[in-house]
Design a protein around this ligand. Structure first.
Ligand code: HEM
Length: 478
């Protein structure tokens, strides 16, 4: 009898909870509904395999496009082990990006979360995230850093391009990675090229290989190797932090790099471990996003002679003016005095979709534009489909830098978000544009080139299948 009573009471509580949950979901607003879609037929795996195989294919947007046609721009799916609302709607994405941690927190596949670690800026929330974001952002905006970085980037580009030969192909992707990693290692930890940098680069490549790996961590797995590589990198960076701490009295208040900016924080809450781990996360754009931006620009330009000729003309013109004035190029020259170069970079960001989108987890039931995102579900703000939407961009698959001339409308209304938005807007966006600008300037003013056939791979990260081989011919100036 007792057992029966317990069973009845438990069942009643269970039913009440269910009814309460259902009521809570429906109570967000009367009209809001979980978007249509499918969880696929496999538990846990859901539609992940379809998503990945489409991302690997020649038509990476086919997964989202097919569902957009069937269910609309916002649909439900089951990806990377989570029930997920995928949004390819610019307005919905804008609201997601602008929400704070009371509504959405970052959420990425398990291997990625494990490799980034709990204290990574990409994962933390609230006041700590805002503080680290602010410190990094202000450092990259400082005038000293701008002139230092411009001069260093120029030096690395000239050294690298100076070694290029005309009798063998130049692999743009490798060259760009090398340059961007050097720039970032200098900006982050004041590390100059040498043995330590080579070791860091080697460990970093092992680390990054695990970012989208199977989330199994035991000897022999990629995730295990990547975590070990991360530990070795933390050790190197920790050594650099200790040296800085030992010289604290001497270098008090001087901010030469991002580590200094974090060490000099007045709140002094930032542990060495947190700083070291974040330096590694900050190297990801150095090894990945920025070099891919440079490489894709060369790829798209190679197929668009009209853009090459306007870009070259603009850059040669400014080079001659600067030579006449005997002035070095400044950060501002690269970013403001080369308007067509900037449109080339913007169009590359739109078409290239280096970061396809961002993932968040709902902390409560959220309603956006009539779509209900239940608490605990993930939401994938998918930028790629917005950037390639023919209702927003004419001939979206056509590389057309001119579409950005006299038109910065898309930049502000959520239709163009290669650097995200809101509180997590990429603090390195000016640096990324600067690096791409310097690279393009020296490339087009020094060389004519012919590109070999190559194609873009979009998963797990964007890259060129054959590392973008080109044959160069040096320009002769009289
Ligand atoms: C083409 C190059 C780059 C692209 C496309 C890019 C894109 C992005 C995007 C989309 C986000 C938003 C992530 C989110 O909302 O969860 C982001 C965040 C971030 N980016 Fe970049 N980025 C680039 C270069 C850089 C560079 C050069 C740095 C500096 C070292 C950098 C540092 C960061 C940091 C620290 C965050 C995290 C901000 C936060 O969560 O508070 N990025 N980036």
């Amino acid at each position: 009898m007792d057992v029966l009573l317990i069973f009845v009471v438990t069942a009643a509580i269970f039913c009440l909870c269910k009814i309460r949950n259902l009521w809570k979901l429906n109570s967000t607003t009367k009209s809001s509904q979980i978007p249509l879609g499918s969880f696929g037929i496999w538990p846990f795996v859901g539609e992940t395999i379809h998503f990945i195989s489409s991302a690997y294919s020649d038509t990476p947007e086919s997964f989202v496009d097919k569902r957009r046609r069937t269910y609309g721009k916002v649909f439900k799916s089951h990806l990377f082990g989570s029930r997920t609302i995928v949004s390819s709607d610019a307005e919905v994405n804008k609201i997601i990006l602008q929400s704070d941690a009371r509504t959405f927190i970052p959420s990425y596949p398990k291997s990625l979360m494990e490799l980034m670690g709990k204290s990574s800026i990409l994962v933390i929330n609230g006041s700590l995230q805002r503080r680290i974001h602010g410190l990094i952002g202000s450092f990259f905006k400082s005038a000293t850093l701008k002139s230092q970085i411009t001069a260093e980037m120029e030096r690395y580009v000239m050294e690298s391009m100076g070694r290029w030969r005309e009798d063998c192909p130049i692999y743009i992707q490798d060259e760009a990675k090398n340059i961007a990693f050097q720039v970032l290692a200098k900006a982050l930890i004041s590390l100059d090229p040498g043995i330590q940098m080579e070791m860091l680069k080697k460990y970093f490549q092992e680390f990054i290989a695990g970012l989208m790996s199977v989330p199994l961590n035991f000897p022999g797995t990629q995730l295990h190797r990547s975590l070990q590589a991360k530990r070795r990198m933390v050790k190197i960076i920790d050594g650099i932090i200790q040296e800085k701490r030992d010289c604290k009295g001497i270098n008090e208040g001087i901010t030469k790099d991002v580590v200094d900016a974090l060490l000099n924080d007045k709140h002094e809450e930032l542990t060495d471990e947190l700083i070291a781990e974040n330096m590694i996360d900050l190297m990801i754009p150095g090894e990945d996003s920025v070099p891919v931006l440079m490489t894709l620009a060369i790829k798209y330009l190679s197929d668009c002679p009209a853009a090459i000729s306007q870009l070259t003309e603009e850059n040669i013109k400014l080079k001659k003016v600067k030579e006449k004035l005997k002035e070095p190029f400044s950060w501002n020259d690269y970013v403001s005095s080369l308007p067509f170069t900037q449109t080339v970079i913007t169009e590359t960001l739109r078409m290239g979709n280096i970061i396809t989108g961002v993932m968040r987890k709902a902390m409560k039931d959220v309603e956006i534009k009539g779509h209900l995102i239940p608490k605990g579900w993930c939401v994938f703000a998918y930028f790629r489909s917005v950037h390639l939407d023919d209702q927003l961009y004419d001939f979206p698959y056509h590389f057309n830098p001119w579409r950005w001339q006299d038109n910065n409308k898309e930049m502000s209304n959520g239709n163009f978000t290669p650097f995200g938005g809101g509180q997590r807007l990429c603090p390195g966006l000016d640096l990324a544009r600067l690096e791409a600008s310097i690279f393009l300037h020296h490339f087009v003013t020094q060389f004519r080139w012919e590109a070999e056939d190559d194609s873009i791979v979009n998963f797990p990260t964007v890259r060129m299948k054959r590392r973008m081989p080109v044959w160069i011919k040096r320009r002769r100036y009289s």
